[in-house]
Write a protein that binds this ligand. Structure first.
Ligand code: GH3
Ligand code: MG
Ligand code: MG
Ligand code: MG
Ligand code: MG
Length: 294
């Protein structure tokens, strides 16, 4: 785990970081509350051990800020103080701390708290991954795709780079299910994603938009280049043999392509591009399927 340690005394920092490192964790150090916030926002961490009394910003305020910020809201915070009246413990947990330890810090106590905190952050990471992933194909689900697409739109806008997307829909997929069974349909979906993945660049983002409908976001790509990418994907899909229990088969897909206009806003630009790509996909289907329409 990555453990952020914030304390204003050199001795405490040294002692805590030695202990935490000896349990096999990576340590990030901060000398006061403000530095703790800065470091917490700059690099990801799992658990923070935060001294209460610190200059510039108290540990209590640090907890409050970290829990209010969506980037750090789910990290596990342990507040530390030499006060031992229950009132302090209440105030700490009320401000957003997840746990509370007394100074001087007992090493067995600290080890136990880190272990408990690690369990919770691990579980939380797993839940986030599950909430973002399509279980059948392992790629981003619709929600995760849209979230990351919003980030890419901001980036494209900031650096003045082109951004495009495409929607791919497997042709007559219902027939595959109907004639070969649902398991063969599932296998076709997995193979479809593998084919897309192997033909795309590492920065391209692929998401499952609906049943047999996929979206691909292409950073730093113009509409012309995105259309060429879609054509390459179309050919690869059509050339792919799907091995299934009832014998191997082939499938085709239709593609709609659109440029994202970042001026329309993070989600506005994506929404508009999805509408255009969807209309293009509809034309590709109407014109006979197994084709790309920009
Ligand atoms: P078109 O060429 O017009 O796209 O025809 P289509 O048959 O592909 O389109 P339609 O939307 O009529 O059917 C999509 C089918 O995809 C229906 C649905 O049962 C199936 N499907 C959706 N999700 C899954 C899945 O996870 N696994 C399997 N096996 N089938 C799925
Ligand atoms: Mg202090
Ligand atoms: Mg289809
Ligand atoms: Mg359809
Ligand atoms: Mg469809």
């Amino acid at each position: 785990m990555r453990v952020l340690i914030a304390d204003d005394t050199v001795l405490m920092r040294a002692m805590l970081s030695e202990q935490v490192a000896s349990y096999g964790h990576e340590v990030i150090l901060a000398r006061d509350g403000q530095e703790a916030l800065d470091r917490a926002r700059a690099e990801p961490f799992d658990i923070a051990i935060i001294d209460w009394e610190m200059p510039r910003l108290s540990g209590l305020e640090v907890c409050w800020h970290l829990k209010a910020d969506p980037r750090t809201a789910y990290s596990y915070l342990i507040l530390m103080t030499s006060h031992d009246e229950p009132f302090y413990e209440f105030k700490a947990l009320d401000a957003g701390a997840d746990d509370f330890i007394h100074k001087p810090v007992n090493s067995a106590h600290l080890k136990a708290r880190l272990k408990a905190g690690g369990r919770i952050t691990g579980m939380h990471r797993q839940l986030i991954a599950q909430a973002q992933t399509d279980p059948l194909t392992g790629i981003a689900n619709r929600r995760a795709f849209l979230e990351r697409a919003g980030e890419e739109t901001r980036r494209a806008s900031r650096f003045g780079l082109p951004l495009s997307l495409l929607i791919a829909d497997i042709d007559h997929f219902k027939r595959i299910n109907d004639s070969r069974g649902h398991a063969a349909g599932d296998e076709a979906l997995r193979r479809f994603v593998q084919t897309l993945n192997s033909a795309l660049r590492p920065g391209d983002l692929i998401g499952r938009y609906g049943g047999e409908e996929f979206v691909v976001l292409l950073p730093n790509t113009t509409l012309t280049d995105a259309t060429a990418v879609a054509e390459r994907l179309r050919q690869r899909v059509a050339a792919q043999d799907i091995g299934a229990d009832g014998g191997s088969f082939r499938m085709t897909a239709s593609f709609g392509v659109a440029a994202v206009e970042p001026e329309l806003g993070d989600s506005g630009g994506i929404d508009a591009a999805l509408r255009i790509a969807d209309a293009a996909l509809y034309r590709a289907k109407a014109e006979g399927r197994n084709r790309v329409v920009p």
